[in-house]
Write a protein that binds this ligand. Structure first.
Ligand SMILES: Cc1cc2nc3c(=O)[nH]c(=O)nc-3n(C[C@H](O)[C@H](O)[C@H](O)COP(=O)(O)OP(=O)(O)OC[C@H]3O[C@@H](n4cnc5c(N)ncnc54)[C@H](O)[C@@H]3O)c2cc1C
Length: 429
C-alpha cells in the first residue's frame, strides 16, 4: 500500500474541517496539508440549506463554550464568510406573546444561502484551498488510526501525520466512538433530541416573513429548530444502528429565493431534549430503539399525520392527504400515513404537543388541521469525549471538532470549533 507523509491531516471537509484548514493554511502556509473526505463531492453539511447562525448560544454546546468565547470565534467566522444578515421585523410582538407563555423567542443573526447557494459557497472555498496548496482528497475514507506510529490507514493509502483533526460530523458518530476506543479516551453520549418535523402552508406560520428561522424555546426543553420556507422541502435521512439495522430520521431544507418556483410551504423541527442520567445510558441507543420502532410502525418509512387527525385521536390515512380541507401535498413523498402517538414515548409527545399549542397562540395558524407532523426527527447529541485541553485535543497530535465530537451543533459553531482545534494543532507543528 502507498505510504505518504503530511504535516497536517484533516478528516472531513465539512465546516469544522474547513475552519481548521483555512486557519492553519494562514498560520503555517509552508506546511503540507491534506483534507480527506469519503464522499465524492463534499463539504459536509454545508450542502444542506446552509442557514448560518451568528449568535450564541445557537450551535454552541455550553459544556465547551461560554458566550464571550463563542462571540470571539464567531467574529472570526464572519470575517471569513462575510454573511449578509437577514432583516427581522415585528419581533417585539412575538416576543411579548411568547413571554406570557413562559416561552422565549431568541433573536439570532442569521443568513440563508439555500441548498443551491451552499453549493456555490463550497465551490469558492474549495478553489481557495487549492490556491493555498491544500490538497483535497475526495472519496478517501479514513479507516483506522495508529496513535503510536502517528499513522492512519485509508481505503487508498497509509498516511503519516504530525497532527491530525478528526471531524467526521454526525454521520461519523460511530466511527468517532471506535477511534476514541482505539485511543483509550472515555466519552459519554447520554443526551439526544427527539421530535417531529412540522410542515404547513406559509400563511399558517406567517412569522417566517418577519424572521426566517425563529428560535422558540418552550418549557420542558422543547424548541423549534431549522425552519425552512419558500421553496422548502422535508427530506429523509437513513442511519444504521450498532447492529446494522437501518432507521430513518426526517430533516428539512430550502432553496434560495433565486432558485426556481416557491412551493409556498414552511417546515421546521419541534425537538425535545432528553438526558438519560440515573442510570446513565446511551442517548444514541435510546434514539436507535425509537428509530426502529418508527420503522416498524411505518413499514420502513417515516410516519406522517395531519394535525386534524391527531386532534381527533385518529390515525391519518391515505385519504387524509387528498380530501378538500387537507389542501397541500406533503413535500416528502413516500411516508406512511399513521399515528405518531403509537410510536413516540408519551412524555416526549406531551411536551411537544404543549409546545405546539403555545406556538399556535403566539403565531395563530400552525395547528391548522392540514398541518403535517412527520416522525421521527432525531438529532444525536454526539459523544462527549474527555478533552485534554481547550483545543479539543484527545492524544498527542490528535484533535477532534465538529458535530460528531460534540463541540458544535451547526455550521458556524462547527467552523469555530475547527479554528479552535487548529490553534492547538499549530503548537504541534
Ligand atoms: C438536511 C440537513 C440540513 C441542515 N441544515 C443546517 C442549516 O441550515 N444550518 C446549520 O447551521 N446546520 C445545518 N445542518 C447541520 C450542519 O450540517 C452541521 O451542524 C455541520 O455540517 C457540522 O459540521 P461538521 O464539519 O462537524 O460535519 P459535516 O459537515 O457532517 O462533515 C463531515 C464530513 O466528514 C466526512 N467523513 C465522515 N467520516 C469520514 C471518514 N471516516 N473519512 C473521511 N471522511 C469522512 C463526511 O463525508 C462529511 O463530508 C443541517 C444538517 C442536515 C443533515
Amino acid at each position: 500500500m502507498k505510504h505518504e507523509s503530511y504535516d497536517v491531516v484533516i478528516i472531513g471537509s465539512g465546516p469544522a474541517g474547513m475552519g481548521a484548514a483555512f486557519e492553519l493554511s494562514e498560520k503555517a502556509p509552508q506546511k503540507k496539508m491534506v483534507i480527506l473526505d469519503k464522499l465524492k463531492y463534499s463539504s459536509g453539511g454545508m450542502r444542506n440549506d446552509c442557514k448560518m447562525n451568528f449568535t450564541y448560544p445557537i450551535g454552541f454546546p455550553n459544556e465547551y463554550w461560554d458566550e464571550s468565547q463563542a462571540e470571539e470565534y464567531l467574529d472570526k467566522v464572519s470575517e471569513f464568510l462575510k454573511p449578509t444578515i437577514l432583516p427581522k421585523t415585528r419581533i417585539g410582538i412575538y416576543q411579548t406573546r411568547a413571554e406570557r407563555l413562559d416561552t422565549k423567542l431568541l433573536e439570532i443573526k442569521q443568513t440563508h444561502l439555500g441548498t443551491d447557494g451552499g453549493l456555490q459557497l463550497i465551490k469558492q472555498l474549495q478553489k481557495e484551498l487549492q490556491n493555498r496548496d491544500v490538497e483535497l482528497a475526495l472519496e478517501e475514507e479514513m479507516l483506522s488510526l495508529d496513535p503510536k506510529l502517528r499513522q492512519i490507514e485509508t481505503n487508498k493509502r497509509v498516511i503519516s501525520y504530525q497532527t491530525i483533526l478528526i471531524s467526521p460530523g454526525r454521520q461519523g458518530f460511530r466511527f468517532l466512538q471506535q477511534t476514541l476506543d482505539t485511543l483509550d479516551v472515555s466519552y459519554i453520549d447520554n443526551i439526544v433530541d427527539i421530535g417531529i418535523r412540522v410542515e404547513t402552508r406559509i400563511e399558517h406560520y406567517p412569522i417566517v416573513k418577519d424572521y426566517y428561522d425563529p428560535k422558540f424555546h418552550f418549557p420542558d426543553k422543547v424548541r423549534t429548530f431549522c425552519t425552512n420556507s419558500g421553496n422548502a422541502h422535508v427530506v429523509k435521512e437513513t442511519y444504521k444502528t450498532a447492529a446494522g439495522l437501518p432507521y430513518n430520521s426526517v430533516n428539512g431544507h430550502a432553496y434560495s429565493v433565486s432558485h426556481g418556483k416557491e412551493n409556498g410551504l414552511v417546515n421546521f423541527a419541534m425537538l425535545n431534549t432528553v438526558g438519560l442520567t440515573e442510570p446513565l445510558a446511551s442517548g444514541q441507543q435510546f434514539a436507535e430503539n425509537l428509530g426502529i420502532q418508527a420503522m416498524l410502525m411505518g413499514g420502513g418509512k417515516p410516519l406522517m399525520q395531519r394535525v386534524g387527525d391527531f386532534r381527533m385521536g385518529s390515525r391519518s390515512k391515505l385519504e387524509s392527504f387528498n380530501a378538500d380541507l387537507y389542501d397541500f401535498q406533503p413535500s416528502l413523498r413516500g411516508c406512511c400515513p399513521g399515528d405518531i402517538s403509537l410510536a413516540m414515548p408519551s412524555r416526549i409527545l406531551r411536551s411537544l404537543w404543549k409546545g405546539m399549542k403555545k406556538l399556535d397562540t403566539i403565531v395563530p395558524g400552525i395547528l391548522h388541521p392540514s398541518t403535517i407532523m412527520y416522525y421521527p426527527e432525531i438529532k444525536l447529541y454526539a459523544n462527549k469525549p474527555t478533552y485534554l485541553n481547550k483545543h479539543f485535543k484527545v492524544a498527542d497530535g490528535v484533535y477532534l471538532a465538529g458535530d460528531g465530537a460534540g463541540t458544535s451543533r451547526g455550521i458556524t459553531a462547527a467552523w469555530a470549533s475547527g479554528i479552535r482545534a487548529a490553534e492547538g494543532m499549530f503548537t504541534e507543528l
